[in-house]
Design a binder for this molecule. Structure first.
Ligand code: 5GP
Ligand code: ZN
Length: 113
């Protein structure tokens, strides 16, 4: 499958990895939008959040647990951070392998653009 993030999982494409376990990989975004901008992805290919099945519920929980761990380790947990998963074109999804953006280290505006 020609998927950029599967290639990052398989280490065919290099990334700055900040967390890895048997199910999850987290790495720095190549075009950071905040002082901390990390992408947390399941190693399993899931194209969009609409494709999450019941069998993936545990995996999705692990995605959030990894994000929390990274936020805590980077001292942005208490001050606050944003977790974003864009779904499909109008939301701005450009890579069709689900990923949780962790954005932190600066005040976040609401509503988002
Ligand atoms: P989306 O727009 O799909 O929600 O987010 C995709 C993200 O992946 C973007 O923030 C973009 O900067 C990031 N990205 C795209 N290509 C690469 C890459 O090759 N390496 C890394 N580390 N991030 C990438
Ligand atoms: Zn993939």
């Amino acid at each position: 499958m020609d998927c950029l993030f599967c290639k990052i999982v398989n280490k065919q494409i290099a990334s700055k990895i900040v967390y890895e376990d048997d199910m999850i990989l987290a790495f720095e975004d190549i075009n950071p939008q905040a002082p901390l901008h990390v992408l947390v992805i399941p190693k399993k290919h899931i194209s969009t959040s609409l494709d999450i099945k019941e069998e993936d519920f545990r995996l999705i929980g692990s995605l959030y647990a990894a994000a929390n761990k990274i936020a805590l380790e980077n001292n942005i947990a208490e001050r606050g951070f944003r977790l974003v998963m864009n779904c499909n074109k109008e939301a701005g999804q450009t890579v069709f392998h689900i990923h949780l953006h962790i954005l932190g280290g600066r005040p976040m505006r609401w509503p988002p653009g």
